[in-house]
Ligand binder design. Sequence first.
Ligand SMILES: Nc1ncnc2c1ncn2[C@@H]1O[C@H](COP(=O)(O)OP(=O)(O)OP(=O)(O)O)[C@@H](O)[C@H]1O
Ligand SMILES: [Mg+2]
Length: 359
Amino acid sequence: MADEESKEKDAKSAALEKSAAAARAAAKNAPPRAIATTSDRPSTPPPPAATEPAKAAAPAAGAAGPSVLECRGVKQRYPSPKGGYQIVLNDIDLHVPTHDFVSVVGPSGCGKSTLLRLVLGSESPWEGSVRANGEIVTHPDRRRGIVFQKYSLFPHLTVLDNVVFGLELDGTWLLQKWLTWPWYKKTHHKRYVETAMEYLRTVQLDEHAGKFPHQLSGGMQQRVAIAQAMIMKPSILLMDEPFGALDPGTREALQVAIVDAFHQQNLTVFFVTHDLEEALFVGNRLLVFSPFWKGDDTTPILGSKLVMDVPTPTGRATGVKQTAEFQDFIAHVRRQGFDSTYRQHVDEFELRAPKLAGA
Ligand SMILES: Nc1ncnc2c1ncn2[C@@H]1O[C@H](COP(=O)(O)OP(=O)(O)OP(=O)(O)O)[C@@H](O)[C@H]1O
Ligand SMILES: [Mg+2]
């Protein structure tokens, strides 16, 4: 019985590999796709037009540059309660250069948080590799900051101390700090406090530096968490539904704040959300993961694939969300990635970001 199960798993894995290889071969033979800019996006879907003046020009998504993040043939699976495995991510290739604001969407359960954990390093892929700054990711480190939906602040520390905390932990040995406190306070601590205040100004919380988390609103707490992550100058800032628990007004204010911080701090952001409008508004590149796709007749449909990877304009005023073009694009994304009755063939995916060399 165990033998049969293992044979079946091997057969599924072989079929999966075969389909991935076929998709890769098809992609290699396909004519090269031009990188669309905000002005030359194809007519279907129409580009979400900026009806209000752009705050800043969006860098071309996937533009050539050093890779902050690289996923090659990433597959992930988990033990299934019914026995065997549940394949969650199926052969994900991805290249994120510096200063991309990547929004990630997909139906619930498609593997967005799984991918984020692989990038963070809190788990490893079943197959394939994840590299950050050229190195294989094996564990979380300070170069990959993360902001979760639930505020992750220390309740007993003030806003300022919450933001300073990472620097102190990173830059000093606790014993050394304790033994040399007057000297330490005059040198390092003073500098850390000045830096933290700069970041608090960025998220407009400098006037609340002395408050404790319970004295702040949810939106303010999340802004502290963003400052806390940014101060460590991560090469990539990972965010998993960071605004999911906020009311619509606060949520929109934070969307604007994170886009501003992206430009001011020259961040690279990997932003997971289930809200298509939010994804399209904040990012300059949209990734859509979906379990709704089809391969060749013999290909088992297992796990989610990257079905869209396209550049999108960023830095626009919030009014753009009400335009017909913005809404049309959302409808297009919803069909491509969220409609279980509509399944694209692996060769039809809208992948306009440049392919990885050799992928
Ligand atoms: N540690 C785990 N063990 C077993 N199954 C897991 C584990 N983590 C995730 N899964 C399963 O993997 C699938 C993808 O989960 P994941 O949390 O990545 O989805 P998601 O796209 O982030 O969903 P949501 O939008 O609801 O947050 C789900 O079916 C989930 O049950
Ligand atoms: Mg999730």
